[in-house]
Design a protein around this ligand. Sequence first.
Ligand code: FUB
Length: 322
Amino acid sequence: MKKSKYLFPEDYMADPSVHVFEDKIYIYPSHDRESGIEENDNGDHFDMNDYHVFSMDDVDGGEIKDHGVVLSVKDIPWAGRQLWDCDVAFKDGKYYMYFPLKDQNDIFRIGVAVSDKPYGPFIPEKHPMMGSYSIDPCIFEDNGKYYMYFGGIWGGQLQRYRDNKALESALIPENDEPAIHSKVALLSDDMLEFAEAPKDVVIIDENGKPLLHGDKHRFFEASWMHQYNGTYYFSYSTGDTHLICYATGDNPYGPFTFQGEILTPVVGWTTHHSIVEFKGKWYLFFHDSVPSGGKTWLRSMKVIELEYDLEGKIKTIEGLEN
Ligand code: FUB
């Protein structure tokens, strides 16, 4: 598949987190909708209130199945508003959905909902995860251990925290200061809490220096982790410079050395992805706003094949307009 293709033209779905469960592709996207809220830097216009799950037996030419609504804001006891990018993990016969949602004080927290099936429905826990904050949880399993990567600046509120503590006021670094890092934490055995205090996911340049806030390749949101030939690939969105980039390391905590761009800007402000291997091929799932005529809060999910060179470098996908 050398061209990208839209996966579900019937509705607006974004931020596709993709896993292979029961030999099928399962897609866990955000469900975009028009709620009439004006666009702002706080991301209030991303006013989503439920999730659907999708599955496919094949990526190339396979039918996509919509399993319908699997979790709604109205069913989450601690809910305020805005269900953003979620992810799902499987352990010991159960599926755990991790989702960011603003609580009743308008603070993003991360919640967990549980199901016996990869296609839900997911039953939410009564409280958000203790000590959780910000957005975009991504779960990565490595040798039976499960790690959550998370965080996003601006509307994702990560600039309001340092060392896992809330600041009196948000702190965006100067351009010549180190960038704000994504976070990673081991999950507890029951998958419902952090087993340790979240740590910084540090991205360094070829000289071992952390990327600076003014670098167009610095982390903004949309963490994803995958492994290829024994190397750990941390990929992410650069937000206001609209790139999907990646950095590699030799363990799940990093540091990760910046490697390059995976995807150049798409139509729409946000860019967000996941990377998965299925039937011997690697795929990039992502979204753009072409079908909505550029409305960044109405995005459509897509897929394209991903290629590595002989050294394991990901070939940049450029200039996708449709
Ligand atoms: O979908 C809402 C937010 O937009 C996500 O959480 C971010 O990563 C961005 O894609």
